[in-house]
Write a protein that binds this ligand. Structure first.
Ligand code: NAD
Length: 312
């Protein structure tokens, strides 16, 4: 039988790509319930889904900030049956904390943390009853490691990571799996809109040094990072497929191997100094870090050459 997969936030980006990837599965293993807050924004998904629309993919309204809309959506499904739920809906927030109101910060948590929690509360009891189910959360490497000027966004992702890390033990007893997918930068509307808004922001409520650090250094460096190692939403969809079809679904799954050593630093050194020092140097002593990395590369190349010569 086909697995019913409900995904939140499918009008764009990663959600759209995941919905289409599963709906177009050559083995037709999935029946996708692609949900979005505003059905008027269904055009791009309908177009990308093509002939799968109405076959392996249906579109429904669901606002993760509105418990009634979540309930109505789940109630509209035959027997409320959902095998997999993918909590993808999310919002970003960057900038100096002095320029962000508590209300704005709460709104980020309402979507990224409470939004996922509302959805999980609606579907988890059914999954427990059936002794089967899979809860997936699109977290972030920022659910594992704080990044400068992403204070509140990172906190919201840490919150959902902590929630899942606690729930997973109970869930396993009911044969329900939980998986956190942790992408690094992904090139979507999310970051495009975030950076566009940030460029036109008003930073008069912070000191000039911090404003300069954000508008000049942070925004410029972020663009370089997104352009160089940013993944596509389709790549994240590939990773979702891997997680869903794994014999034993992983609890955590990073999509960008470049971030794994960085996120491991805090586990290597419980004082936290190693991670803080590495990030400080990366941000403020970029040139020195680059020189050190180049030296390492040269040394590795030299060693590889020696090895090759030895083998000849
Ligand atoms: P996106 O902005 O294209 O997608 C986010 C989607 O969530 C949008 O379709 C938006 O309409 C929807 N959404 C927002 N509030 C909602 C609500 N209340 N109810 C229902 N839907 C709502 O950005 P994206 O990059 O595709 O982001 C998807 C997820 O991936 C987010 O959780 C984000 O935190 C995470 N993520 C993104 C990146 C990145 O660099 N883009 C990196 C790591 C993790």
């Amino acid at each position: 039988a086909q697995s019913v997969v409900l995904i939140t936030g499918c009008s764009s980006g990663i959600g759209l790509a995941m919905a289409v990837k599963l709906a177009k599965d050559p083995q037709q293993r999935f029946k996708v319930v692609a949900t979005m807050r505003n059905l008027e924004r269904r055009g791009p998904l309908e177009e990308a889904a093509g002939e799968e629309l109405g076959q392996t993919l249906e579109i429904k309204q669901l606002d993760v900030c509105d418990a009634a809309s979540i309930h109505a959506c789940v109630e509209s499904l035959p027997d409320r049956h959902i095998d997999v739920v993918v909590n993808n809906a999310g919002v970003g927030m960057i900038g100096p904390i002095e320029c962000q109101s508590i209300e704005e910060m709460k709104a980020v948590f309402d979507t990224n943390f409470f939004g996922a929690v509302r959805v999980i509360k609606e579907v988890y009891p059914d999954m427990k009853k059936r002794r089967s189910g899979h809860i997936v959360v699109i977290s972030s490497v920022m659910g594992l490691q704080g990044i400068m000027f992403n204070d509140v966004y990172t906190a919201s992702k840490f919150a959902i990571e902590g929630f899942c890390e606690s729930l997973v033990i109970q869930a396993l007893k009911f044969n329900v799996f939980i998986s956190l997918i942790e992408p690094g930068p992904v090139v979507t509307e999310f970051e495009a809109k975030l950076y566009e808004d940030a460029e036109h922001g008003d930073y008069s409520s912070t000191d000039p040094d911090t404003a300069e650090m954000f508008t000049n250094m942070y925004l410029n460096n972020s663009k370089v990072i997104f352009n160089s190692i940013g993944q596509s939403p389709e790549e994240i969809a590939e990773h979702l497929l891997k997680v869903l079809t794994a014999e034993l679904p992983p609890f955590r799954h990073q999509t960008n191997a470049m971030y794994t050593p960085l996120t491991a630093l805090k586990h290597i050194d419980p004082t936290g100094n190693m991670a803080t020092d590495a990030f400080y140097k990366m941000v403020f002593q970029y040139d020195r870090v680059m020189k050190a990395s180049l030296m390492c590369l040269k040394m590795l190349r030299w060693k590889a050459q020696k090895l090759n010569n030895g083998m000849k």
